[in-house]
Ligand binder design. Structure first.
Ligand SMILES: [Zn+2]
Length: 333
């Protein structure tokens, strides 16, 4: 049994999996890419599209005796830009194949159009949940300014949920675990009991299931938190010894961690239910009651939290959505 994160990193390294923490300009800090020294030479996630990230990735690869041009396979775990921004540049330098969930391939290929459509959708949802228009305009310009750290991605090896990624020395089971994003994919080495989980499970922070469109790119809002909880329950049952996350240190007690996340969701859900039981409130009003001014500065994130938990209450038929034609309010049943 592994006990500490340091030992887990060592054990992963013995299995040929090396963590490469790459800087990002985002609040989350560094993103973990994983180099798998196998055939083909594989990199799981790339870091954002920046010179700083490319320099650091180059240096980290060199420490292990590799160059960018040696990469043969790049695996993309999900659609977020801190994980995939360098893909096209790395492919140009290496000719590497790109593996990602096949169902996400179209959206990954149309990165700019897709990001624009996602932003339009987010604005629509924010307005419908009572967020003032000037706040949505500000958030949209922030989102546009982030887009340069992303990149379109041409998937050459589409993966399927339940399929396998076979390397010379290992077989990685491909599992779709939507919630944090609709395209979240984790990679399971059953023999070594190592799960490469990216942002599906993070040690220090809850994985923020953001309001989003479904994988097919249609405009129907997904129940991101409900979906995420379903995915977490599947992961909880896996006999993993080491979970390698997209940010931070390895996780060696994933079942306990998932239980504590579930507890947190339960408590927040009940708190939101109490607010709604007092009087009908919009998502924005609930966010303001819970977080004050942070509901303005982090309007999208906090609204995502509220709506995710309100979805759970709607599913339990304890709350319903009432639409007055402009704003949706939640009221207790
Ligand atoms: Zn992510």
């Amino acid at each position: 049994m592994t006990s500490t994160p340091e030992e887990a990193l060592e054990q992963a390294a013995l299995a040929g999996i090396h963590r490469l923490p790459i800087p990002t300009p985002f609040a989350v800090g560094r993103v973990n890419c994983y180099l798998i020294e196998d055939e083909p030479l594989t990199l799981v996630d790339t870091g954002p599209n920046s010179g700083k990230a490319l320099d650091e990735l180059t240096a980290r690869l060199a420490e292990r005796g590799h160059e960018i041009s040696d990469l043969e396979l790049i695996v993309v775990t999900h659609q977020h830009i801190d994980h995939l921004g360098l893909v096209e540049i790395l492919v140009e330098h290496s000719g590497a194949e790109v593996a990602a969930l096949g169902a996400a391939a179209q959206r990954l290929a149309a990165f700019d159009e897709d990001a624009e459509a996602e932003d339009e959708f987010a604005v629509e949802v924010m307005l419908r949940n009572g967020i003032p228009e000037d706040v949505t305009v500000a958030l949209r310009s922030v989102s546009r300014s982030f887009r340069g750290w992303g990149s379109h991605v041409t998937v050459t090896r589409p993966l399927e949920d339940g399929g396998a990624l076979e390397l010379r020395d290992r077989k990685l089971e491909v599992l779709h675990r939507p919630g944090h994003s609709p395209s979240d994919t984790v990679f399971w080495d059953e023999r070594r009991r190592i799960l490469i989980a990216a942002d599906h499970l993070l040690p220090k922070i809850s994985s923020n299931p953001l309001i989003t469109r479904p994988l097919d790119g249609s405009n129907k809002r997904t129940q991101a938190l409900a979906t995420y909880i379903e995915s977490l329950q599947k992961t909880r049952e896996m006999p993993a010894e080491i979970v390698l996350p997209g940010h931070g240190e390895p996780i060696t007690d994933h079942a306990e961690l998932i239980d504590s996340r579930m507890n947190g969701y339960y408590r927040r859900k009940e708190k939101i239910h109490r607010l709604i039981a007092e009087r009908p409130r919009s998502g924005y009003e609930i966010a303001q009651s819970l977080w004050g001014n942070v509901a303005v500065t982090q309007a999208f994130l906090t609204l995502s939290e509220v709506i995710g938990h309100a979805d759970l209450l709607v599913n339990e038929v304890r709350v319903r959505e009432v639409d007055d034609g402009s704003v949706i309010r939640y009221e207790a049943t």
